[in-house]
Write a protein that binds this ligand. Sequence first.
Ligand code: SF4
Length: 466
Amino acid sequence: MSMFKDIPVDVGVIYEGERIRRNDMQVELGGPGVKEKFELAKVKPLEEVEDGKITIIGPDIKDMKEGGVYPLGIIVEAAGASIDQALEGVIERRIHGYMNYIEGFMHLNQRYDIWLRLGKKSFQKGLNSFEPIGKVLHRLFKSELPIIEKVQITFITDPAKVSEFYPEAMQAYETRDAKARGLKDEDVDKFYGCVLCQSFAPSHVCVITPQRYSNCGAISWFDGRASAQIDPKGPVFAIERGELINAEKGEFSGVNETVKKRTLGEVTKVWLYTAFDHPHTSCGCFEAVAFYIPEVDGFGVVNRSFKGVTVNGLAFSTLADSTAGGRQVDGFHGMSIEYMRSKKFLAADGGWNRVVWLPKEVKERVKDFVPADVIDKIATEETAPTIDALKSFLKEKAHPIVATWVAEAPPVAEAPAEGPVEEGAMIPVATAATLPIMAGGFKIILKDAKIYAKKVIIRSMKSEKS
Ligand code: SF4
């Protein structure tokens, strides 16, 4: 049952987590194929906002080519007697949730990284304009966050206009992030949790502390606090920090208890400042992935918009697949760029002294927060496109990680044992994050499965039929 009778498609929480595949999409807005895209919330004085006004600058959906990819800027301007700019981050992050309530409409990521798709079926049902999408946003903002008295929404698809507003959006994110810097985890007795991404990653809870920004990079500790205050039953909630169990790794009793409860026992322990053993879970909309490089015992970090392959030959999408889904994967860590500006950034693993490779663009963005004696020793896609080149680069620059190799040779990835496989030896045939098996009318899902078999028989389906 649709929440709204005048919207051509259904709207409801059941559509959260719905994926639209390329073959099923009518149009794509933003995403990896578009350089400039953004969503931005602004709090304005009451008299400057016309409640319910939807503006479309550039071609509307019905004017777009089937299968086409277009730039998009979304500006949500909100007003209310008791809201101020501190709520902009909270309002902005709700765009993701509300848009995903629309049947056949997918919204991924946040800020300058948004990626939206409209499915063909919903387009054929009449969802062919930003007008009804804006109406859904307007109604949900007003009903879910009653503190908002007026809201107007602008969709920009004209590339020149998107480019015009883009720097303003980037500046707004930076100003917001800069405000949240300075406060330490030890200075507060409450952290904040967010489960907005559980529709895509059911065992994921973001733990947002002053020094560990949310994975998506869209919710700071201050945003978490504001969100939990105005909507205590919403996806963002307070976490009593509790007892400090391990200062180095960042383990707190209150975090463990809350995460266990919110993941129904799936995750019982979280270490906030490390990518090993019990790392923070990774949902799917993290801005970047830190990945362990065993050959040099260091970390690489790659961001979502990096187009090429990283130093280990894998693209962001492959590394993201190995990381995502609400899992705790040893050596893989979904995170925000802002976390890289924190003193707690992978602190238990050596922090910046352990980082060996970054895309040039990310290095430029965080350079003011990297210790001066390390910054030039971190390789990029230009200085080290391969592992061999990386080893030479690190040695030549005397990266701090190299000193640890002297005491102990850098670990190498384990090679499979040579020689014939013994009779009865178990051969790994599959490793998977989730492996569905259909049997007797039931679907059985094996999580983090490793399947071993004594023997693997590969038989052609054709020869079986004949
Ligand atoms: S990444 Fe974390 S903070 Fe951001 S929306 Fe998802 S759960 Fe919430």
